[in-house]
Design a protein around this ligand. Structure first.
Ligand code: S3P
Length: 425
């Protein structure tokens, strides 16, 4: 895929469904009683991996025209799959499913692509083992493939060293089947979609500050889920609207859950003109239309409790900071190293190749903005968010930007390039 400097982007866009919420709706629907109907389900490869894993465990799931219908079989309705479960590129599938599988009465092996097989699984193996689970890394390297033999579990109070919704959700799902109250305390609050949806399906979930608690349920009950647009996908259009002079974009129906909306706060702190319209806070997952107008930005420091609320947006924020006046410091973001790629390393390399002044630090990067960017060949390392970040950055650079492995956007936003193009017509 090749990109050159763009004219202003104008118009309206509707963003595909939230990835985290789409995953959870299928998983929780599968272990609930009755039918769960999910509209605006994200048709990205990651969420399709989740569907396929549950189909292999005997759950009937239909997927047509953006609507997914799950015929849930209740908390004890999953069946031993006949083959290995393939989680593809999806960390959410791998880690959340592990929590569920730890408590079933069968054994299973799960794995995924090359990237998944490098991602740390000790962070879930350790708490699950403390709960009595039998979970092993088959290569003994703390990564997938994982072999899980279901066991009777007991509750724990786990102090997680990282703010991770995948770790928290994995433990809460195991806690759904464990005796007593299971608690997870995080250094900062991570996204709370599991807590919101589990409660909506009838589970006993509470949150107190940075602690989430669950007690076992008799049953969960299927329900209707309307998935909001994914703010992590909207982030690329927010950035494009701010970075390309003369742009004005209305991004419709985006999820603005406060555990996910850090990008909006950071952009405003950088001086951005962002307005939230049609705010709807009636359901557990609030939504809004986001109106973005281009303008000049300035550097800021980003760290601490806001990091988990914008962790997936940091590549795009880093690129945006290259065009802002002054220095931007991103810190407390070492988690970026264990995402679909090492996002600190890959961002620093690719932004430097485009002429930016950016240095890697132990837990983030420092960017001195204001240097003009020029096109370059960008290796996406098959990381969807890196490919999308540089597609947008390429629209702000002199000359041509070529993205290698551009098709990896399929993981979270299959129509991304078409949608981006539509706004420049
Ligand atoms: C996710 C949690 C985050 C995020 C990922 C999706 C989720 O990961 O980066 O894209 O759906 O729970 P961590 O839990 O590893 O921080």
């Amino acid at each position: 895929m090749k990109f050159t400097k763009s004219s202003p982007l104008k118009g309206e866009i509707t963003i595909p469904g939230d990835k985290s919420i789409s995953h959870r709706s299928v998983m929780f629907g599968a272990i609930a009683k009755g039918t769960t109907e999910i509209s605006h389900f994200l048709q990205g490869a990651d969420c399709l991996s989740t569907i396929s894993c549950f189909q292999k465990m005997g759950i009937q799931i239909e997927n047509h025209n953006g609507t997914v219908i799950v015929q849930g079989k209740g908390l004890r309705g999953l069946k031993k799959p006949e083959t290995i479960l393939d989680c593809g590129n999806s960390g959410t599938t791998t880690r959340l499913i592990s929590g569920l599988l730890a408590a079933q009465d069968f054994d299973v092996t799960l794995t995924g692509d090359e990237s998944i097989q490098k991602r740390p699984m000790k962070r879930i193996m350790e708490p699950l083992s403390m709960m009595g689970a039998n979970i092993r890394s088959l290569k003994d390297n703390g990564c997938a493939p994982l072999s899980i033999t279901g066991k009777k579990l007991h509750s724990i109070h786990y102090a997680s060293p990282v703010a991770s919704a995948q770790v928290k959700s994995c433990i809460l799902l195991a806690g759904l089947y464990s005796e007593g109250e299971t608690k997870v305390t995080e250094p900062y609050v991570s996204r709370n979609h599991s807590e919101i949806m589990l409660k909506y399906f009838g589970a006993n979930v509470k949150t107190e500050g940075t602690t989430a608690c669950i007690t076992p349920a008799q049953e969960l009950y299927g329900n209707r889920v309307v998935v909001p647009g994914d703010i992590s996908s909207a982030a690329f259009f927010i950035a494009a609207g701010l970075m390309i002079p003369g742009s004005e974009i209305l991004i419709k129906n985006v999820g603005i859950n406060p555990t996910r909306d850090g990008i909006i706060h950071v952009c405003r702190d950088m001086g951005a003109d962002i307005t939230l319209l049609e705010v709807n806070a009636d359901s557990g997952e609030p939504t809004a239309d986001i109106l973005v107008k281009s303008g000049s930005l300035h550097g800021i420091t980003i760290g601490g409790a806001i990091i988990p609320t914008l962790i997936d947006e940091l590549p795009m924020i880093a690129a945006m900071a290259c065009l802002a006046e002054g220095e931007t410091v991103i810190k407390d973001a070492a988690e970026l190293k264990v995402k679909e790629s090492n996002r600190i390393d890959i961002m620093v390399r690719n932004l430097s190749a485009m002429g930016a002044d950016v240095v890697e630090t132990e837990d983030g990067m420092i960017i001195r903005g204001g240097k003009p960017l020029h096109g370059s060949v960008i290796d996406s390392k098959l990381d969807h968010r890196i490919a999308m970040t540089f597609a947008v950055t390429g629209l702000c650079a002199e000359g041509e930007t070529e993205i290698l492995g551009a098709e990896c956007v399929n993981v979270s936003y299959p129509e991304f390039y078409e949608d981006l193009k539509k706004l420049s017509l």
